[in-house]
Design a protein around this ligand. Structure first.
Ligand SMILES: Cc1ncc(COP(=O)(O)O)c(C=O)c1O
Length: 382
């Protein structure tokens, strides 16, 4: 017998009560019964996004929400600045180039955040840039990007948008859309929303809706204006992911009940505990200066094959963590602490790392990381 634990940065664990609600008999989507659920979820999504604007609920993964932002807000030939500090930053650029946008690539070393001063000077030199496309949390490197500082560069200008992939940021850290002036924000269901994959949520500012009026990029399925019209009638343009929307309503109710401040505090406590554990074990963190609260990563010690380590943790120990992508394949391990996670998820993650590293011959003191984590985790009970 092997009990399995899922501690990768998406999909994340789903609470049993939510799974049970989603397993209830199917309802038809064009009914008053489902419309009420859809409208409630859309209303509670505004609380999560900290916005008065509509939040669109799309049947899609997060990438679909990103693509929709590009095709609904910009036009072929438009210049956009892409902050490329990892796999998902690169994705913003690839989507934009697919639709003929003129991408200014701003390369950031993996594991680091963009310097807002550099971005400011790029914007000062090039007034044609119509959008900054960035991640709140670059999951591939576990680095957080400086969204508040970037928002200060765009919020008072009506000719440029700040478009944020908050797929592992929203519901983890404070990203008050209206207060900061974020123009477009995307998330996906399988991260902090504690649901299976299959939903993308997108919030747009008034400025972004004005851009949408002018956009000439081709799009059909991801038609934000059409979705907004349908949302006003408590429905969506096409068949919604009914079960996921039912789950979304449950999760958003739970988040409201916990309160956003508590949600952020919980994630921060888990993140600090994980970081302290990794450091106590003498492991090198992959995002040293600007760590995200969604996941923590470290370089595997010399002589250890990271891919085999991750496989062993999953297959031998029963704990799924994530490895590295691209040039970090086999070199890093990423531990997620977002969504339906709490104290003992961190204890399990650190414990399996200690045990698996020991199995692979690395020098780590069993229990040292767990103890360091526990000291911080206790804050939640005092
Ligand atoms: C920051 C970020 N952006 C985009 C994506 C892509 O989302 P999806 O796989 O749901 O399309 C992910 C998924 O891991 C992510 O973490």
């Amino acid at each position: 017998m092997k009990k399995r634990y899922l501690l990768a940065p998406g999909p994340t664990p789903v609470a049993e009560e939510v799974s049970l609600r989603m397993a209830e008999p199917m309802v038809h989507h064009r009914t008053p019964q489902f419309s009420a659920i859809f409208a409630e979820a859309a209303e509670d999504a505004k609380y999560l996004f900290q916005t008065k604007q509509d939040v669109l609920i799309l049947a899609s993964t997060g990438t679909g929400g990103m693509e929709g932002c590009v095709t609904n807000l910009f036009s072929s030939g438009d210049k956009v600045l892409v902050i490329n500090g990892g796999k998902f930053g690169e994705r913003w650029g690839n989507i934009s180039e697919t639709y003929g946008l003129n991408v200014v690539w701003h390369k950031v070393e993996w594991g680091y955040a963009a310097n807002p001063k550099d971005i400011e000077s790029i914007l000062n030199q090039d007034k044609e840039i119509k959008g900054i496309l960035v991640q709140a949390s670059e999951t591939s490197t576990t680095a957080a990007q400086p969204i508040e500082a970037l928002s200060k560069l765009t919020r008072d200008r009506d000719d440029i948008l700040l478009v944020v992939d908050a797929i592992t940021g929203l519901g983890v850290v404070n990203l008050p859309m209206d207060e900061w002036g974020i123009d477009a924000m995307v998330t996906g269901s399988q991260k902090a929303l504690q649901l299976p994959p299959g939903l993308a949520l997108v919030g747009l500012s008034e400025k972004a809706w004005k851009f949408a009026d002018k956009s000439t990029c081709p799009h059909f399925y991801f038609d934000f204006k059409k979705e907004r019209k349908n949302l006003a009638n408590k429905t969506s343009a096409y068949t919604p992911a009914v079960s996921l929307v039912i789950g979304l309503r449950e999760v958003l109710k739970n988040i409201r009940e916990e309160g956003l401040d508590s949600v952020f505090k919980r994630h921060n406590r888990l993140a600090r505990a994980t970081r302290a554990a990794v450091e106590a074990l003498g492991l090198q963190r992959i995002a040293p200066d600007s760590p995200a609260d969604s996941a923590t990563g470290f370089f595997v010690p010399d002589g250890v094959d990271g891919a085999k380590l991750v496989k062993s943790m999953r297959d031998d120990f029963g704990v799924t963590l994530a490895g590295g992508q691209d040039h970090w394949k086999g070199k890093v391990v990423r531990i997620a602490h977002l969504g339906y996670v709490d104290t003992f998820d961190v204890v399990i993650a650190i414990s399996v790392i200690e045990m698996a590293l020991t199995k692979f011959g690395a020098k780590v003191e069993l229990g040292k990381g767990v103890a360091a984590a526990q000291k911080i985790l206790l804050e939640g009970y005092q």
